[in-house]
Design a protein around this ligand. Structure first.
Ligand SMILES: [Zn+2]
Length: 232
């Protein structure tokens, strides 16, 4: 009943085509998909650049490009409209995530934790909700109790790219060791901009574990395009 009134008062429109009664229609969800990946092992001419851009990750995969305007809106809306409802439209079989090899046995999904104060303010962690959606769609275990955020950092979006690594330095700690059975940790987040946050989380995990580390995000902004984004 409540939903009925909510929909009557605030009718939803598709972010892509403005069709009524949906946040993202199935057609637009498909059209907006532009999966891609970077791998440290690529034999491309710029392999060394790629490896250093994502290190210590061995691969980074994404579902969409942040360059597209509807994707920018979508990422903002993820924070307001029920992340999982929207995420399920993007993340569903038979669409395999790029870098599907990373999903073999021994892999776990690890969301980027929020500081407890930030979590209280926002009420939810979008990384956790996206990771939960991935875990259920692709049947990969979720490991969200190992990594903690001990520093309430300034939002990366308010800083220049050069200042971002320093801002997240020391932000994470391990609450307990990564289980020995874990062979690969796949970090999950909404957007990759400078990558500083995921890379710092990966460094902390790698400091006490020999497992491989990868990244999987909804949208990839590369070296630019995400400057105004309010992420963690
Ligand atoms: Zn649409």
């Amino acid at each position: 009943m409540l939903n009925f009134f909510k929909r009557a008062l605030f009718p939803e429109r598709c972010l892509g085509c403005f069709a009524w009664d949906t946040l993202l229609c199935r057609v637009c969800a498909r059209l907006l998909l532009a999966p891609g990946s970077l791998s440290a092992g690529d034999a491309a001419a710029d392999a060394a650049n790629t490896a250093s851009a994502i290190a210590p990750l061995t691969s980074l995969s994404w579902f969409m490009s942040y360059e597209l305007e509807p994707v920018r809106v979508l990422i903002q809306q993820l924070k307001f409209h029920g992340v999982q409802r929207l995420a399920r439209k993007i993340i569903y079989p038979p669409w395999p995530p790029v870098g599907i090899d990373d999903f073999r046995a021994g892999a776990v999904l690890m969301p980027i934790p929020l500081h407890p104060m930030r979590l209280r303010e926002r009420g939810f962690n979008q990384s956790v909700l996206i990771a939960q959606t991935l875990a259920s769609q692709y049947r990969v275990p979720l490991l969200d109790s190992v990594l903690v955020r001990r520093k309430n950092t300034v939002p990366q979006s308010s800083l220049s790219h050069d200042a971002r690594p320093g801002n997240v330095s020391g932000a994470f700690a391990l609450r307990c060791p990564v289980p020995a059975r874990v062979q690969r940790v796949i970090f999950v987040d909404d957007v990759w901009t400078s990558g500083s946050t995921i890379k710092e989380a990966a460094r902390v995990v790698r400091s006490s574990s020999s497992c491989l580390v990868s990244g999987l995000v909804i949208a990839y902004a590369g070296d630019h395009g995400g400057d105004h984004l309010d992420t963690h």
